[in-house]
Design a protein around this ligand. Structure first.
Ligand code: C2E
Ligand code: CA
Ligand code: CA
Ligand code: CA
Length: 277
């Protein structure tokens, strides 16, 4: 256990080799999904680099464990992904995000919400139907939900994944390729994916102003994305220098602490009200 900047106790199961502890934590997570106050979402805006206006918002999950305290997704998502628990967790996150987006829409500030998927979603031939059912129950228009996938999720079983992505796409859901540049990016697959957005991984963005090679990678990714007709997002922007460099390169959308950190919904409401003027 370690304390983060806010002094909140953090537990890291990645460094806990005790199998019994992991089993216990999985049980805790299963109960957390059934409870209504432990799994919460923070929202980080995606900023249009030309207008400076929010173009959307990404939902990022957090777990307030009753004993261990606040847990970051990197500590429990991989654990959930190694079991079938990732599906109920993803469904829970989708539901919270869709309800929240519906509230924003009804409040007069419609903003598309992006949710991160996992490999198992793309292996489930019924996943698209499940998402459309959820949208119908929530009353959220399809254009206000966006789904983020990575190339490695697709590569796990390309044929099945492509079928799920096409069904989502045909139903009008906007899809985004997350963490672009990491892993084995295949140009052939990128071209075949029915996506509208490409997100350049923050590891490239963060070094672009001091390492020559990374500026080249970012420029190449922007050109590639634009040649495929995609909107290009850069994530992990922490300073104005990087934002200016990305604007110069023609990057469309930006995300990062420089603009706004992920925030609870009520804080995001105040942030949104502040940018509206
Ligand atoms: P991601 O999808 O690549 O999300 C971006 C991560 O970068 C988030 O970390 C965000 O808080 C962080 N970030 C944003 N701006 C900056 C910045 O300027 N500097 C730095 N250093 N970091 C920044 P977070 O919230 O801890 O999420 C980590 C990862 O966990 C996500 O990476 C995503 O892969 C996964 N994740 C988060 N929520 C969910 C979820 O609901 N479902 C699934 N399956 N995965 C999720
Ligand atoms: Ca993401
Ligand atoms: Ca990412
Ligand atoms: Ca990621």
């Amino acid at each position: 256990a370690a304390a983060d900047a806010t002094g909140v106790q953090q537990y890291d199961p990645a460094h806990d080799t005790n199998a019994a502890h992991r089993l216990e934590l999985l049980g805790d997570l299963r109960r957390a999904i059934g409870a209504d106050d432990q799994i919460i979402l923070h929202y980080q805006p995606k900023i249009d680099l030309v207008t400076g206006r929010p173009a959307g918002v990404e939902a990022l999950v957090r777990w307030n464990h009753p004993v261990k305290g606040r847990m970051a997704p990197d500590t429990f998502i991989p654990m959930a992904e190694s079991t079938s628990l990732i599906r109920p967790l993803t469904d829970h996150v989708l539901q919270i995000a869709a309800r929240q987006a519906r509230q924003w829409q009804q409040g007069g500030t419609p903003i598309p919400v992006a949710v991160n998927l996992s490999t198992r979603c793309l292996l489930d031939p019924h996943f698209a139907d499940h998402v459309f059912d959820l949208l119908q129950r929530t009353g959220l228009p399809v254009e206000l939900l966006e789904l983020e996938v990575t190339e490695s999720m697709v590569m796990a079983d390309p044929d099945r994944a492509l079928a799920v992505l096409r069904a989502l796409h045909d139903g009008g859901i906007r899809l985004s390729v997350d963490d672009f540049g990491t892993g084995h990016s295949s140009m052939t697959y990128l071209q075949r994916l029915p996506v509208q957005e490409l997100k350049i991984d923050r590891s490239f963005v963060q070094q672009m102003t001091d390492v020559d090679g990374d500026a080249v990678l970012v420029r190449t990714a922007i050109t590639l994305g634009h040649n495929l007709g995609l909107s290009v997002v850069a994530e992990g922007i922490e300073d104005e220098e990087t934002a200016a460099a990305l604007r110069e390169l023609g990057c469309d959308i930006a995300q990062g602490y420089h603009f706004a950190r992920p925030m609870p919904a009520d804080e995001f409401d105040r942030w949104l009200a502040g940018t509206a003027v």
